[in-house]
Design a protein around this ligand. Structure first.
Ligand SMILES: C[S@@+](CC[C@H](N)C(=O)[O-])C[C@H]1O[C@@H](n2cnc3c(N)ncnc32)[C@H](O)[C@@H]1O
Length: 281
């Protein structure tokens, strides 16, 4: 089969499976199967024949995508803040909106950072890569997720400054940190059925929802914040667009100051930040 025919076949298969953006995904998976980039693929003559192993690889990838497996899991990687992170079905696929949380954190100085619910490690490892003098710890309840985070840490050459521990929120971490950051599970139980098949069927439930009203993780994190923040330190969390008021209220009840709700590029509330100033707490 030549490139042109393979491309048509791929688009038809993904379209039939109801995959959104079938054309784009077909090209991404074709480039992946050929071991090339989309840009190079565009310059490849359309009469080029696919080798048998390339065709097999393409068919496998198309079957996975038709079953609505996310592209990042099929490729095994996702770009986040310009760096490549390994992604498996054991971790949340790093989202572009989480870069808003990272950007907010980088507005402040910090030498120590605690990332609660680290998943792939994308937040902690990005912050440490951007701040060569800082050290940090990533916590996750999922041992499988921590193995992915550790792999990413090694790939980025950050093992001397990053550590990972298994446990629930603050349970496994002693000490205080200049920055506590988290993108916790925040989808309310009643919203789970509305998620796309890519998310609902392929990403870990533990990464998506704490059940109930979606606020349980924020309650736990806020309850432990002032005992684990250095004086002057910041707590920053990602939120769902309709959770700003509730989460800011939890920050206030926890005794944090300078509380701000920050929007993402679409103007939707995305981050809540608050500072531990013991004299005002
Ligand atoms: C929304 S994902 C975020 C992953 C990653 N930080 C990111 O932004 O892509 C939430 C993470 O919290 C972890 N998690 C859920 N409950 C937890 C708990 N009680 N203690 C620690 N981690 C937890 C999940 O395993 C998951 O990796």
């Amino acid at each position: 089969m030549n490139l042109l025919a393979a491309r048509r076949m791929a688009v038809a298969k993904l379209d039939a499976a109801g995959v959104p953006d079938a054309r784009l995904d077909a090209v991404i998976l074709l480039a992946h199967a050929l071991g090339t980039t989309r840009a190079a693929l565009a310059l490849t003559p359309s009469q080029t024949e696919l080798a048998p192993d390339q065709l097999r690889g393409l068919e496998q990838a198309l079957n996975a995508r038709a079953a609505r497996q996310p592209i990042s899991q099929i490729l095994g990687a996702r770009l986040f803040w310009g760096r490549e992170f390994a992604v498996t079905s054991d971790v949340l696929d790093p989202r572009p909106e989480t870069e808003i949380l990272v950007a907010a954190a980088l507005h402040h100085p910090f030498a120590s950072v605690l990332d609660l619910g680290t998943g792939s490690g994308c937040i902690l490892l990005t912050l440490l890569a951007e701040r060569p003098e800082a050290r940090g710890v990533g916590v996750d309840l999922s041992r499988a997720a921590l193995l992915v985070a550790q792999r990413n840490c090694e790939r980025l050459g950050l093992t001397e400054r990053a550590g990972f521990v298994q446990g629930s929120w603050f349970d496994p971490v002693p000490g205080r940190f200049d920055l506590i950051i988290s993108n916790p599970p925040y989808i309310a139980e009643c919203e789970m059925a509305r998620l796309s098949p890519e998310v609902r069927s392929w990403e870990p439930r533990l990464a998506l929802t704490p059940g109930g009203d979606g606020l349980a993780a924020y309650r736990a994190i806020c309850a432990g914040a002032t005992a684990h923040l250095s004086p002057g330190g910041w707590l920053m969390v990602e939120i769902g667009p309709r959770q700003g008021r509730d989460v800011a209220g939890l920050f206030q009840a926890a005794g944090l100051a300078a509380i701000a709700v920050l929007p993402d590029m679409d103007g939707r509330n995305r981050v809540v930040a608050g500072r531990y100033l013991p004299e005002t707490a």
